[in-house]
Write a protein that binds this ligand. Structure first.
Ligand SMILES: Nc1ncnc2c1ncn2[C@@H]1O[C@H](COP(=O)(O)OP(=O)(O)OP(=O)(O)O)[C@@H](O)[C@H]1O
Ligand SMILES: [Mg+2]
Length: 149
């Protein structure tokens, strides 16, 4: 069973990716939907106890925020996969401005400032780099080593 942890700016396309790739197979755990950490933890617990594949659809910008899911999922025997949904700030801002649920700009700026690219050392079994191409998603292995030159 698989635990998928999405991370990326508001309006980067995380929920769109969930809808397009995981809707039929994974439960969606999202603070937008669940609202409180207590409720989120309860849903996470049920997924882990019942071996239900799930996607965490939050911005998850930091190691600490991702650890909330990575550590217990590993302990429960899940394969933990991360997707860095990566768009530049200007694209996220433009998408945010035109969608139904507009996030305040301060929130976007705050996540952009705190965003740390995920690494295998955090406990991920696989890491993917999701960018939006002109004809759908472009999903490639996430490079986590420094450039050679
Ligand atoms: N590849 C794409 N090309 C153009 N627009 C896109 C693309 N992916 C998503 N969008 C649009 O961008 C907006 C934000 O997408 P989405 O809701 O998936 O972002 P999100 O990362 O889940 O944001 P949040 O963190 O605020 O929940 C939506 O209006 C969506 O239709
Ligand atoms: Mg979303």
């Amino acid at each position: 069973m698989e635990a998928v942890i999405l991370c990326g700016l508001q309006a980067s396309g995380k929920t769109t990716l969930y809808r397009e790739r995981f809707l039929e197979t994974h439960v969606r755990i999202s603070m937008d939907l669940l609202r409180t950490r207590a409720r989120e933890a309860a849903f996470l617990r049920v997924c882990l106890e019942t071996k239900m594949p799930f996607v965490v659809d939050n911005t998850n910008p930091t190691v600490a925020e991702r650890a909330r899911y990575v550590a217990p999922a590993r302990e429960a025997g899940f394969t933990v996969v991360g997707y860095f949904v990566d768009v530049d700030f200007a694209t996220a801002r433009a998408r945010n401005a035109t969608r139904e649920r507009v996030v305040p700009m301060a929130g976007l700026g705050d996540v952009a400032k705190r965003l740390v690219t995920p690494t295998p050392q955090e406990g991920f079994d696989a890491l993917w780099h999701a960018t939006a191409g002109s004809d759908g998603w472009r999903i490639e292995p996430l490079l986590t080593t420094p450039p050679l030159f």
